[in-house]
Design a protein. Structure first.
Length: 241
């Protein structure tokens, strides 16, 4: 498939410290959960390559799959059968309808599953309900301080720690240095993940609250104190936001 060919041409990428800890299991789906752009897909790409077995790859976040419905799973089964592989790597699987039913079916058929999905749709606490315990969830984060030092070629110490606290650990930003990447990431998390997921209609208040909290990290707050910041009247609204 074109997607797999494109995937195999991509660079291996920086080897994350969590990679050796990912289990090679067939009885449960291995699910990478985490914030946007933290490197989930890259990590699982490294994992399946490390296994050294042929695998079937499909990224559901593809315009060609925009109209994918549960009726198309039969076609997907046919495509998988033609490859003869028993290792399935599904990226952004939350975009597919009733994906959890299909994942459970493939596990019952003896396939090994590796999955990634948007954190707003695949929170660890919800996977138990969706996959009825047939999963191993691994929470993936941006680069740790030690990973940051290895990636940037710096020694541990005050200078590199200061750089890490300033730049953070999102791989794409560290590779390019383009601040627009962080700006867009911030907007996506606020509006596409938090606001959409929790049905928050007042996105302006959400953003004001976000900016204030980020600008005053390390301080203690009460919901009542934050009502003026968010521009709302009730502390309950702040808690819900």
């Amino acid at each position: 498939m074109a997607q797999k060919q494109a995937l195999e041409k991509q660079e291996q990428g920086f080897a994350r410290h969590v990679l050796p800890k990912l289990p090679d299991v067939k009885s449960h789906a291995l699910v990478a959960c985490g914030i946007r752009r933290c490197g989930k897909s890259t990590l699982l790409r490294q994992f399946v390559r490390k296994l050294g077995r042929d695998f079937f790859y499909l990224n559901f976040y593809d315009i060609r799959l925009a109209e994918f419905t549960h009726a198309d799973y039969a076609l997907l089964d046919t495509a998988i059968a033609e490859t003869g592989t028993r290792l399935l790597f599904f990226d952004e699987i939350q975009s597919a309808q009733r994906w959890e039913l299909y994942a459970r079916q493939k596990l019952e058929e003896g396939f090994q599953l590796v999955l990634t999905g948007a954190n707003a749709s695949l929170l660890s606490r919800e996977l138990g309900t969706r996959l009825t315990g047939r999963h191993i969830a691994k929470d993936i984060y941006p680069f740790s301080y030690l990973e940051f030092c290895e990636f940037s070629g710096q020694q541990t110490g005050a200078a590199s720690l200061g750089s890490y606290l300033e730049k953070g650990g999102f791989p794409e930003y560290l590779k390019s240095g383009n601040a627009d990447i962080l700006t867009q990431l911030q907007s996506d998390i606020l509006y596409r993940d938090i606001a959409v997921r929790y049905g928050i209609r007042d996105a302006t208040s959400l953003r004001r609250l976000f900016v204030y909290l980020v600008s005053n990290m390390g301080q203690l707050f009460s919901p009542r104190k934050l009502t003026d910041v968010a521009g709302v009247k009730s502390p309950t609204t702040v808690l819900e936001t």
